[in-house]
Write a new protein. Structure first.
Lengths: 513, 505
């Protein structure tokens, strides 16, 4: 407790970087980029430090910092980290700098871009580490501001409406979320996540809310649910996503899909499920259908896209839906006498792995499309390219790894997560697993179709003339990402080792209504 | 502590001095105004440092004033007034800084301005209803002249409308107070005595009296549907006066509701509670929707003030300790944020571009032409949306929790208001400050045609004022305890406890 406030550093160093950039208005473009990158890399460095002294056998929060903050609201400055948070901190540490490198050449006011980007990164980290609703909500809402301006000011032609829609949708979700927590505070007098989780596990939270009237536990559950459903997003609350991801500049698209979509999933796992196990269980089967809708329709929608960024955006909906599918399936099966132990553990491990893996592979896909866009003067239609492989073989090879990881090829990281999810869901809700297979099929179809049109065949479109292969800067992102995909594909225990005790703990005693 | 009444006297003296100094040079009047406003603020801050929160009003001065009426010159302070005194000092000082460019009749401008401030300080310090009322009237008169002489759009209309609403409201208040005063045998205007006198009235009279006093004050707080003076008045006023109007003067009404009306008659309040809360909630949503459709940026902010003041009224109407402390916090928060918004739009933007129309602003990339103004507006907008980390969030959260404890539906509809606030604020940011970025590139107009207009840089007084206000909203956003520790004990006084029930702390 009284040791070095490592987690505060993780959260605040990016913000300190933003402050430094704000205070140096005369900083040149190159210097701004370097400063931003250094501050962004701090997350990875500190994350690895934490990883080094992280107790892998414990499921409880570590490196906890807790200080009284606002007495009249019983609010604490409360940070803590468990396997799930650590995984996401590491993911943010990887994607933060990678996103910056993707927008490295972006010429329009790099200082301000870096400033906003660092605010966004710090906010995301705060969401993954804060354990008091008030403290957490600061980061949750604050992330919208930089994201809005990054999309609006550096985005494509339709960026203004996309950014507005993105913020308004998310704010609407947040208003319900806030109202839900107003009721929770009124019922329990605390906003602390671990405390509320233990109240949720014992059923006391629902009982207290029921004191307001019989339907209030459900109403509050729906409020909190909406907040996360918009953010993740869960089908059918996803309609803001394709435009926002497609219009954002490449680096920001990477961060949005890699990290911000995980904020919603994280909210489901960290907040909604522990606080409302009974309510979630009651509606889990319809929610499984929602998740299936996202998985299947997202993949089919991706197939119909001609804009490559929109295609990856829809495929993100598909991939994130698998995580939620696993969670809802576990919840649907919980509390029944059927032995769900191994299957539930597999599904949950798969969901957590998928969060990490999708972050890396979708990030790499957006990065690659950004490269294509940069080489073709801003075009990114699927028909604008052909034969890229022969023109840029190194790029094609590395991009191929990301694509096959996204497709779920065995030996690459994407496979492990999806396999575990399917293995788990099959044991819990076989029908759901069968339907979700349609999503896998469609994903394979559209990714292979895309691969064939863009990378194979005769050179055409923008690639008809020579296009440059991956540059040094680009390789510094693509090579490590491809290496990680191979590494975690072969040795997934490197990741599962971090959160295994957590899965055991979740499976053993909690969240049964 | 005993120095505190000097904030009134200093402001009054400053008013006379700047009038005199204005005859020599405008610059002298400005400096006199700045120094007195800052000195009065310093007095409040000094008192705040020494302030020991307690449940009772701490008397500063208590002299016989009009013995035959039993009226006393009684100034006293508790945590609620302390909060608002500090806000007044801050808003007044920032307002002077943003009025630095007033060139016509400068001395008179600042004389009216400081007289208004003196009245406001007086209201927040009064512990005698008649004295309260006198200061309240002192604050109304200068408003009229500030708007009618130095205002812009439709200034005569705006000034007259504002003055009529204010006077009508205060006449109703006076009638109510006199009724209670007479019922008590004409002995005293002390708040506690009035409550005792009101309790002797028959129930239907208590209900009527409470209605008179509360709605009289609530008019100035911008309660729906008596709010229409607020947007027109705010828009017509010169920047410094808009900042005071939205920042402080609307708080006078809310403060009157809280200090005078609420404890007056628990029975009357019980009757009116639900109607008041619903009007407040309707105001939040309705004003937000109207703001969403405005074309003049200043009208957007004017209506947003009505919407945010709805939260204050809702907090008061919810009548539990949590909600009321949130209401006071929201008064402070809105005072700072509205001041900041008006400062950016009225001074930084309008005085340079000479337009506030969103349809024109959206064709200009203001964020490149006036980056400082855009940055400050974004911060103020984010704070105004109620994002955590800024003062609006703890205030609205406490009010929502309190309102929830009183009636779930109030909190639910008010939360919708927060979402609407996000929508109209974001619209104002997007159209007002981040327009025109792309169109010129897309259409590629011939070079040199029209050319980018160049505006003068943001001056030092403007920057100072903006930094002060931004710092205040962030400070209170991060450490709301600083104010809540003053406010909460004050709500433990017997007068408040008689009406407040339940609720956290």
């Amino acid at each position: 407790m009284n040791s070095f406030p490592l987690l505060s550093c993780i959260v605040l160093v990016p913000w300190a970087g933003a402050l430094a950039l704000a205070c140096l208005p005369r900083l040149g473009s190159a210097a701004s980029r370097v400063v931003t990158l250094l501050f962004s890399l701090s997350t990875l460095a500190l994350g690895l430090v934490v990883l080094g002294s992280f107790d892998r056998s414990s499921a409880s929060y570590q490196f906890v910092e807790s200080h009284a903050w606002i007495q009249s609201l019983n609010v604490h400055y409360h940070l803590g980290l468990d396997g799930l948070s650590l995984l996401l901190v590491l993911l943010t540490g990887l994607l933060g700098p990678a996103g910056l490198l993707a927008s490295w050449k972006q010429a329009q006011n790099p200082r301000f871009f870096g400033l906003l980007y660092l605010v966004l990164q710090g906010s995301a980290l705060g969401v993954f580490l804060a354990l008091d609703f008030f403290h957490w909500f600061v980061f949750w809402e604050m992330s919208l501001v930089p994201a809005y301006f990054l999309i609006k000011l550096w985005g494509g032609r339709g960026a203004a409406p996309a950014a507005y829609q993105f913020v308004i949708y998310t704010m609407a979700g947040s208003a319900f979320l806030l109202l839900g927590f107003v009721a929770i505070f009124a019922a329990t007098g605390t906003l602390d996540f671990p405390e509320l989780a233990s109240l949720g596990a014992s059923g006391a939270l629902a009982a207290n809310l029921a004191a307001f009237g019989g339907y209030w536990p459900q109403a509050v559950f729906i409020g909190v649910f909406l907040g996360f459903a918009v953010k993740a997003p869960l089908f059918p609350f996803h309609t803001w996503l394709p435009a926002a991801y497609a219009e954002a500049p490449t680096g920001v698209s990477m961060f949005l899909t890699g990290v911000m979509s995980k904020m919603g999933v994280y909210g489901f796992i960290r907040v909604l499920w522990p606080l409302f196990p009974g309510q979630l269980h009651a509606v889990a089967v319809p929610l499984v259908w929602f998740a299936l809708g996202g998985a299947v329709l997202g993949a089919f929608a991706a197939m119909r896209q001609t804009d490559l960024k929109r295609m990856v955006a829809y495929s993100s909906i598909n991939h994130v839906s698998y995580c939620l599918l696993a969670l809802f399936a576990v919840s649907a099966a919980s509390g029944e006498s059927a032995p769900g132990g191994a299957a539930a553990a597999a599904a949950l491990s798969g969901a957590l792995l998928q969060m990490f893996n999708h972050g890396i592979s979708a990030g790499a896909l957006f990065f690659g499309i950004g490269m294509l866009e940069a080489r073709s003067g801003g075009r990114r239609g699927i028909g604008d390219f052909g034969g890229v492989r022969s023109a840029a073989p190194v790029f094609a090879g590395l991009f191929g790894i990301a694509m096959f990881s996204s497709l779920g090829l065995p030996g690459l990281n994407g496979f492990v997560g999806e396999f575990l999810i399917f293995r788990g869901v099959w044991g819990l809700e076989p029908w759901a697993a069968s339907i979700a297979c349609l999503g896998l099929l469609a994903t394979a179809l559209f990714l292979l179709g895309f691969w064939q049109k863009v990378f194979h065949g005769p050179r055409a479109g923008a690639a008809a003339a020579r296009i440059a292969d991956a540059s040094g800067t680009e390789l510094t992102v693509l090579v490590p990402f491809a290496a990680l995909m191979l590494l975690f594909g072969v040795l997934p225990q490197l990741l599962t080792g971090i959160f295994n005790p957590l899965i055991t703990a979740w499976n053993a005693h909690t969240f049964l209504p | 502590m005993n120095l505190l009444p000097w904030c009134i006297y200093l402001s009054l003296a400053g008013a006379l001095l700047s009038l005199a100094a204005g005859r020599r040079s405008p610059a002298a009047a400005r400096w006199v105004a700045l120094l007195t406003a800052a000195a009065a603020w310093a007095v409040t801050l000094l008192a705040a440092v020494q302030f020991v929160p307690g449940s009772s009003l701490q008397t500063l001065v208590d002299l016989a004033w009009i013995p035959m009426l039993g009226a006393r010159y009684h100034l006293a302070v508790d945590g609620i007034s302390m909060t608002l005194l500090v806000l007044t000092g801050l808003a007044a000082t920032a307002g002077v800084l943003f009025s630095w460019n007033i060139a016509t009749r400068t001395g008179e401008f600042f004389a009216f301005y400081l007289a208004l401030i003196a009245g406001v300080y007086g209201v927040f310090l009064s512990a005698d209803a008649l004295l309260f009322f006198v200061f309240y009237e002192i604050a109304i008169v200068p408003k009229y002249f500030l708007i009618a002489i130095w205002g812009s759009t439709n200034r005569e209309y705006g000034a007259m409308k504002l003055a009529l609403y204010s006077f009508a409201g205060s006449a109703i208040v006076l009638a109510g107070l006199l009724w209670v005063y007479a019922a008590g045998g004409g002995q005293s205007f002390a708040f506690g005595e009035l409550t005792r006198a009101a309790a002797t009235l028959p129930p239907h009279s208590q209900i009527a009296v409470f209605g008179l006093v509360f709605f009289g004050f609530a008019t100035l707080a911008g309660i729906f549907p008596l709010h229409t003076w607020a947007p027109t008045g705010h828009v017509a006023a010169p920047t410094g006066a808009s900042m005071l109007l939205a920042g402080v003067v609307m708080k006078l009404g809310a403060y009157g509701c809280l200090r005078v009306a609420l404890p007056l008659s628990p029975l009357g309040f019980a009757f009116w509670q639900a109607p008041i809360a619903w009007l407040a909630v309707i105001g939040i949503v309705y004003a937000g929707l109207v703001a969403l459709r405005q074309e003049d940026l200043k009208f957007v902010i004017g209506y947003s003030s009505v919407s945010h003041m709805g939260f204050v009224l809702l907090g008061i109407a919810a009548a539990n300790a949590g909600a009321v402390s949130g209401a006071v916090l929201q008064m402070f928060s809105h005072g700072v944020i509205a001041g900041l918004l008006f400062a950016v739009v009225g001074r930084m933007l309008y005085d340079r571009t000479h337009t506030r129309r969103l349809s024109e602003l959206r064709t200009m990339p203001i964020y490149r032409l006036l980056p400082f103004a855009a940055a400050v507006f974004v911060i103020a907008a984010v704070a105004s949306m109620g994002l955590p980390g800024f003062s609006g969030f703890p205030a609205e959260l406490t009010i929502l929790i309190g309102a929830w404890n009183a009636a779930h539906a109030w909190a639910a509809v008010a939360a919708l208001g927060i979402f609407i606030a996000a929508a109209f604020t974001l619209r104002a940011v997007q159209l007002g400050f981040f327009g025109g970025a792309r169109e010129p590139e897309a259409e590629a107009p011939p070079r040199g045609q029209a050319g980018t207009p160049h505006y003068g840089p943001i001056s030092l007084p403007e920057k100072t004022g903006a930094v002060l206000l931004v710092a205040a909203t962030v400070l209170v956003g991060v450490r709301p305890d600083l104010l809540l520790d003053w406010i909460n004990p004050a709500l433990q006084s017997p007068l408040f406890q008689a009406v407040l029930k339940g609720g956290a702390p």
